[in-house]
Design a protein around this ligand. Structure first.
Ligand code: SF4
Length: 376
C-alpha cells in the first residue's frame, strides 16, 4: 500500500499501532502532524500489530531503540552518511554494532533524495538533525566520495524541515574548504517561512553547530586513543578557521578518562595506560574553548565497549581493570553493550574536577545526553 502526504486517515491508522515506547515523542503534535510522522517513520505494509520507527531510511529517527521515557530525544533525525569509521578510536562505542571497515552505503544519494522528498510531501514539522551518531561524516572517505558535502547541500535545499543542524567530527579541516564553508553558510540562513525563526531569534541559539571532538591536548596521548584520527593541532587550527568564518563550534572533550593519581595508591602506569588527561591538559583545552568563544563544552565518561565483531582491545581491557580498581569491590554497570563506572564514582574521580575547571572559566558544560536534549 502506498500512502501519500494528504492521507491523514491512513497516517492516523498507522499511528494507532505505534509502539508505546515512542508515543511520548508524538503526543505533543496535532492529528495532522501525528499522521505525517507516522507516514514517514512507520512501515506502511507491515502486518504487525505494533510498529516501531525503524523503517529503513537515510534520514532516520535519532535513536530508534531507546524508550522515550528513559531517553526523551523526541522527534529528531540522524543521518549516518557512511557505515563504519576509519578513525578507529579505541573507545568507540559504535564498535558495539558497526563493522570495522568504513564504506559508502548503496545508492546513498538516491535514497537520501527519496527521504527528503517524502519529508516535504508529508509536510513533516521541522526537527533537529544530527550528522552522525555512528560514524564520522568527515572521515578520509569524504575526501574522495564527498557524500557529506552533497548531504549538506541537500539540507540547505530542504532547510525548512530542519531546526538545529549538528555535525559531529574529529576532522573539521575539511569544513574549512571554501565549498564546505559555502554549504555551512547556506545552512546557517533560515528561510523566511521557517517555523522556528522566532525561537532562534529570541534565544540567540545558532541553527547550525559543529561539534569538534578533542579529548587530549598531547599528540602522543591522542594517537594512543584516537589511533587513526587527525592530529590535535589540525583540529584546533580548523576550529580557529571556522570561528573566523563565523561558524558556531562546540568543543567535545569526550570521552573523559580516569587520571592520576588513582585511589588506593595506584597509578595508570600500573595498568600500562598513559595518564592522557591531566587536569592541566584539560584546563588548556577549556582555555582554548574560552578564547575561541565556543558555544559550550560537552563531555561523557569513557565506556568500555564489548565489540560485536572482534575481541575487546587489550587497552580497553586494562581500562576496565582501572574501573574495577576505582570501584573497589562495587560492581561496574553493564548497559547497552558496555561497562561503565557507577555514576557516583565517575563523578568523584572523573567528572567533578573537570566540571569545576569549566565553571572557573565561565564555560557552560553539558553531559552528552543533556547536550542532545538541549539542542532544539
Ligand atoms: S570518530 Fe567517532 S565514530 Fe569514528 S571511530 Fe572515533 S569515536 Fe568511533
Amino acid at each position: 500500500m502506498q500512502l501519500f502526504g494528504n492521507d491523514i486517515e491512513g497516517g492516523l491508522e498507522l499511528y494507532k499501532k505505534l509502539n508505546p515506547k515512542y508515543v511520548p515523542a508524538f503526543e505533543k503534535f496535532s492529528p495532522e502532524n501525528k499522521a505525517a510522522l507516522a507516514l514517514y517513520f512507520l512501515p506502511h505494509t507491515s502486518k504487525k500489530d505494533v510498529l516501531g520507527v525503524t523503517r529503513p531510511r537515510m534520514v532516520k529517527w535519532y535513536c530508534p531503540f531507546a524508550n522515550q521515557k528513559d531517553f526523551p530525544s523526541g522527534h529528531r533525525y540522524c543521518i549516518n552518511v557512511y557505515t563504519g569509521c576509519s578513525h578507529n578510536c579505541r573507545y568507540c562505542y559504535a564498535q558495539g554494532y558497526e563493522p570495522d571497515e568504513a564504506k559508502c552505503k548503496d545508492s546513498y544519494k538516491k535514497k537520501l533524495q527519496k527521504d527528503l522528498s517524502e519529508i516535504e510531501d508529508f509536510n513533516i514539522p521541522a526537527a533537529p538533525l544530527h550528522l552522525s551518531n555512528s560514524t564520522d561524516p568527515l572521515q578520509p572517505l569524504e575526501l574522495k566520495q564527498r557524500l557529506t558535502h552533497y548531504t549538506l547541500e541537500q539540507i540547505a535545499r530542504y532547510r525548512k524541515y530542519f531546526t538545529t543542524v549538528t555535525i559531529l567530527t574529529k576532522n573539521p579541516t575539511i569544513l574549512t574548504e571554501p565549498t564546505y564553508l559555502e554549504a555551512l553558510s547556506s545552512i546557517m540562513k533560515l528561510p523566511k517561512n521557517h517555523s522556528c525563526n522566532e525561537m532562534f531569534n529570541s534565544t540567540s541559539l545558532p541553527p547550525l553547530r559543529i561539534e569538534v571532538s578533542v579529548a587530549f591536548q598531547d599528540e602522543s596521548n591522542a594517537s594512543f586513543y584516537d589511533t587513526g584520527a587527525p592530529s590535535i593541532n589540525s583540529r584546533l587550527s580548523a576550529i580557529e578557521t571556522l570561528r573566523k568564518n563565523g561558524i558556531p563550534v562546540v568543543l567535545r572533550i569526550d570521552p573523559l578518562l580516569p587520571r592520576n593519581p588513582l585511589p588506593y595508591g595506584k597509578s595508570l602506569e600500573d595498568f600500562q595506560l598513559p595518564d592522557a588527561q591531566s587536569l592541566n591538559a584539560l584546563e588548556s583545552l577549556v582555555n582554548f574553548a574560552k578564547e575561541q568563544q565556543l558555544l559550550h563544552i560537552v563531555y561523557s565518561v569513557a565506556k568500555v565497549v564489548m565489540p560485536r565483531y572482534k575481541p575487546m582491545l587489550e587497552s580497553m581491557g586494562r581500562l576496565k581493570q582501572v574501573y574495577e580498581h576505582i570501584a573497589n569491590g562495587e560492581k561496574l554497570v553493564f548497559r547497552g553493550g558496555s561497562w561503565r563506572l557507577p555514576d557516583k564514582l565517575a563523578q568523584v574521580h572523573i567528572t567533578m574536577p573537570f566540571v569545576q575547571i569549566c565553571n572557573s572559566y565561565g564555560m557552560n558544560v553539558y553531559y552528552c545526553k543533556q547536550n542532545l536534549l538541549k539542542t532544539p
